[in-house]
Design a protein around this ligand. Structure first.
Ligand SMILES: [Zn+2]
Ligand SMILES: [Zn+2]
Length: 275
């Protein structure tokens, strides 16, 4: 379908491609468009499109996948080896007047959802995927390390999933203030004298019991340590953040607590639920 773009969010990754020209192995080698957090209005349909009409207000899942590999078939299409993803070199983005996208990755927005909110389904999807990966459910205590956009999206989803206590940490007091306004039950401003092991216990006390799940959204070594020390025995740690390519883990604690450490990469099948 052809889409007249209305709102496109600028993600941290867009800024990184613009300023540094690469994120890890994804290197900008030729001209590409940026933008993968996108919403718009359908302006033209391909001959076989049945799920949309011209004039529909839509948001786009940035993936287009092969639909036939083992991952696509098992509902994990974000692992597809033959994958297009908006604004990830060499794939171009949607920050343009018009963009053509595969109809099965385009989703109609309800009337009460604005184009801005439609574009924000993308970062919200990252939080949703992480909450699913670590199994957040009703009554859980959830720790989120890092109160940037992805930390906040994880917070919103954890709240919607019925988490009873949500603690979010950051090194920026203003971010924590905002997180509180979005529904964090506890916040903790990390200072330079904090030690992850002590702080792990402290956060458990603060929350009225240690977190069942921790979602790491900062990429900082400190937060990885904190996640392991804070999380309850038999709990789960979801890793979204990545700063340096290698960080260390408190391995003895991870093993002794039987923590499930789960990598969280983008998202899968979130646009249907996020609507
Ligand atoms: Zn993004
Ligand atoms: Zn595939």
């Amino acid at each position: 379908v052809q889409i007249s773009m209305q709102k496109v969010g600028i993600c941290g990754s867009d800024v990184k491609y613009w300023t540094a020209g690469a994120i890890g192995d994804f290197i900008v080698k030729g001209p590409i468009l940026l933008g993968h957090e996108a919403s718009g209005i359908v302006t033209k349909l391909g001959p076989n499109v049945k799920n949309l009409k011209v004039g529909d207000r839509v948001a786009m899942d940035p993936h287009i996948t092969c639909r036939s590999c083992e991952f696509c078939k098992s509902g994990r299409y974000n692992m597809c080896p033959d994958l297009f993803f908006l604004a990830t070199p060499p794939d171009s983005g949607a920050l343009a007047r018009f963009h053509v996208h595969a109809a099965d990755f385009v989703f109609k927005l309800p009337d009460n959802v604005s184009f801005e909110e439609g574009a924000c389904v993308e970062p919200l999807s990252v939080g949703l995927n992480a909450c699913r990966r670590v199994g957040v459910t009703m009554g859980n205590h959830v720790l989120i390390t890092g109160a940037g956009p992805i930390g906040l999206c994880s917070l919103l989803v954890a709240k919607a999933y019925g988490a009873a206590a949500i603690c979010i940490t950051d090194i920026d007091a203003k971010r924590l203030e905002f997180a509180k306004s979005l529904g964090a039950t506890h916040t903790y401003l990390i200072g330079k004298d904090d030690k992850p092991e002590e702080l792990g216990h402290k956060i458990g006390q603060l929350m009225g019991g240690p977190p069942h799940q921790t979602i790491e959204c900062s990429g900082a070594q400190f937060s990885v340590d904190l996640a392991v020390y804070a999380t309850r025995h038999a709990g789960a740690v979801g890793i979204i953040g990545h700063g340096p390519p290698r960080v260390s883990f408190p391995i003895v604690t991870t093993v002794a607590k039987e923590l499930d450490i789960k990598g969280c990469f983008r998202y899968v099948n979130t646009y249907v639920l996020s609507r």
